[in-house]
Design a protein around this ligand. Sequence first.
Ligand SMILES: NC(=O)c1ccc[n+]([C@@H]2O[C@H](COP(=O)([O-])OP(=O)(O)OC[C@H]3O[C@@H](n4cnc5c(N)ncnc54)[C@H](O)[C@@H]3O)[C@@H](O)[C@H]2O)c1
Length: 316
Amino acid sequence: MRAYIVWDAFDVHRASEFRRKADTAHPHRKDIVVKRLEGKVAYITGAARGQGRSHAIRLAEEGADIIGIDVCADIETVPYRGATSLDLAETVTLVEEVGGRMLARTADVRDTNSLRAAADEGLDAFGHIDVVVANAGIISYAPLLEIDDAAWETVIEVNLTGMWKTMKAVVPAVIAGNVGGSVVLTSSVLGLLALPNVAHYVAAKHGVTGLMRSLAVELAPHGIRVNSLHPSTVETPMIINEASLRLFTGGQSSTRGDAAAIMAGMNALPVPWLQPIDVSNALVYLASDESRYVTGTTTVLDAGASAPVKMPSIVP
Ligand SMILES: NC(=O)c1ccc[n+]([C@@H]2O[C@H](COP(=O)([O-])OP(=O)(O)OC[C@H]3O[C@@H](n4cnc5c(N)ncnc54)[C@H](O)[C@@H]3O)[C@@H](O)[C@H]2O)c1
């Protein structure tokens, strides 16, 4: 028996009304909490560390069961270390510490069969899949005309084709559940804008935006919503490594402190980068029924980096 209400009969106000009544009737009962993802199961790629780990913990805090996959290996052509199986195990521990349940499996988003096998095991464990978070990604750096073929192909294969393979492997389970659902793809501000030295990444992330829009149209009749997240720089191992810090300091330094000072200049708000939790909080909204009529949209989280408000003070 599914633990929650059929999507088209769901009244979003019911949850807030329940919370209001609980507060009124039991002002001393601080333990009555309505979780925003209670009864849902979320499949997350790239769950071993960074944003994927944060997403797993945050969705679990809101009551979701988690199926988390990660390649847990270094990836050829990527200039920083990949996650490990110990990282993925640590995510499981952290999910359990907030009272959640997580099934973790090693799988590569370039391999549909491994993604599908994890989905099948997740279905056996939890009974259904309601939310798909396609988050796994990589980056490497070179001017457009100097990107070598292998680096180009790997970034497109993981960041774009891997998202499509995730959809192909997991979304049929959401359709089969017949109660709607939510798919969230992690693009980037670079899925909407350009930056030098990452053309393959920019092309892949623009592709993810197109994939999201296409899927939103195709899945709408099933009551499944599809949206994308577009963070600017987030403080994760993808950024806090020698190659990335060197790029962002124009080759001058590879220290976190030097890069932070420079990167703060990219944003309107006085911060060098976002934290994973900032992205996870937006994900909770998109994954939950609070956004029940939101589909085909691009959620930008960029500390104002893409807003034209970074001029030095202008004297009229
Ligand atoms: N960090 C940023 O500044 C930033 C900004 C915008 C968007 N993004 C995007 O956010 C997503 C998460 O990145 P992050 O910042 O957490 O980086 P991260 O490197 O910390 O985490 C990425 C995770 O994806 C996994 N992964 C990589 N290739 C995989 C594959 N082939 N199959 C399965 N798992 C794989 C890695 O092992 C790792 O655990 C990525 O899609 C990235 O492009 C990152």
